[in-house]
Ligand binder design. Structure first.
Ligand code: C2E
Ligand code: MG
Ligand code: MG
Ligand code: MG
Length: 286
């Protein structure tokens, strides 16, 4: 009996795996078609200066409009694009599109760069070409990479980052606190910005330790001369806590959801802006 049950479970597992592999393959084929047909769009989410409530830029977030399945979020297809190598072309499209968008927005644009894309031999030279052909100002572009891009004692990563910095790009460390981060990364790599992962921000009101962790990340980043951005800000309480703790910029549904270029948020809710401006400035340490 038990043996039968085991065999059944095994068969179910195999069927599940096959379905998963089949789904992935299907998505991969669809991705290729989507690249050819141009089924992608960049949505833009505002990034807000905490002490003024002013929108100082936007993060570009990729959306796929699948003809049958509707809108697909990047969490569902970026891993497939990464595993199949298609992220190289997709990422190149994202960067080119971001350069175009710069003409239509104020402030800067942040672009997510995947690990494979970052490591690709032509990444830096392709970017240089892109700047030349589009005339885009790299000082208005921030490249977001995650900790998973970096490994211990990574001379090549340092070189790529330094090249990008020399070209004028800003560099942000995305999802800070979620990877295998080593604090020494922060001083070893030339980040302009660190983005506190939204899981910490989400937990601010629930977990006591989250407040301490967030304060510490803010102090650490600021102390190292970096801009600190909080992701996933959904409530006024979170925004005010972060502003009070000295966080430089806020991003999240409270301030503005990702929207297509024609419908982006140009100003945040004035009531929230007023509250942000009334937060007392953090006193300098003595
Ligand atoms: P990310 O770079 O950390 O982007 C932030 C994600 O949080 C976005 O999800 C955004 O829509 C979501 N978000 C923003 N505010 C809130 C909030 O208040 N509450 C909640 N619950 N979520 C919020 P999205 O657009 O689904 O993107 C997911 C991830 O996919 C991104 O995380 C990024 O790692 C990746 N991604 C997006 N676009 C690109 C791209 O063009 N290239 C690459 N390589 N990766 C991308
Ligand atoms: Mg990001
Ligand atoms: Mg993030
Ligand atoms: Mg991310």
């Amino acid at each position: 009996h038990a043996k039968n049950a085991g065999r059944n479970a095994c068969r179910m597992f195999k069927r599940g795996m096959n379905e998963l592999i089949e789904k992935r393959r299907e998505l991969e084929v669809d991705l290729e078609i989507a690249l050819q047909r141009g089924e992608f769009e960049l949505y833009l989410q505002p990034r807000v200066e905490a002490e003024s409530g002013i929108i100082i830029g936007y993060e570009a977030l990729l959306r796929w409009f699948h003809p049958r399945r509707g809108m697909i979020s990047p969490g569902n297809f970026i891993p497939v694009a990464e595993a199949s190598g298609k992220i190289i072309r997709l990422g190149a499209w994202v960067l080119a599109e971001a350069c175009k968008i710069l003409d239509s927005i104020d402030g800067h644009i942040s672009v997510n760069v995947s690990p494979l894309q970052f490591r690709h031999a032509d990444f830096v030279t392709d970017l240089a070409d892109l700047l030349k052909t589009t005339g885009a100002d790299p000082h208005r572009i921030e490249l977001e990479i995650t900790e998973s891009v970096l490994i211990e004692d990574d001379k090549r990563a340092v070189q790529i980052l330094n090249d990008l910095k020399r070209m004028g790009f800003h560099i942000a460390l995305d999802d800070f606190g979620t990877g295998y981060s080593s604090l020494s990364y922060l001083s070893r790599y030339p980040f302009d910005t660190i983005k506190i992962d939204r899981s910490f921000v989400n937990n601010l009101n629930l977990v006591d330790n989250a407040q301490i962790i967030v304060r510490t990340i803010i102090d650490l980043g600021s102390g190292l001369g970096m801009k600190v951005v909080a992701e996933g800000v959904e409530t006024t309480e979170q925004a005010l806590f972060l502003a009070h703790a000295g966080c430089d910029e806020l991003q999240g549904y409270l301030l503005g959801k990702p929207r297509k270029l024609g419908e982006i948020t140009r100003e945040i809710d004035p009531a929230i802006a007023t509250q942000l401006r009334n937060v007392p400035k953090k006193l300098p340490e003595i």
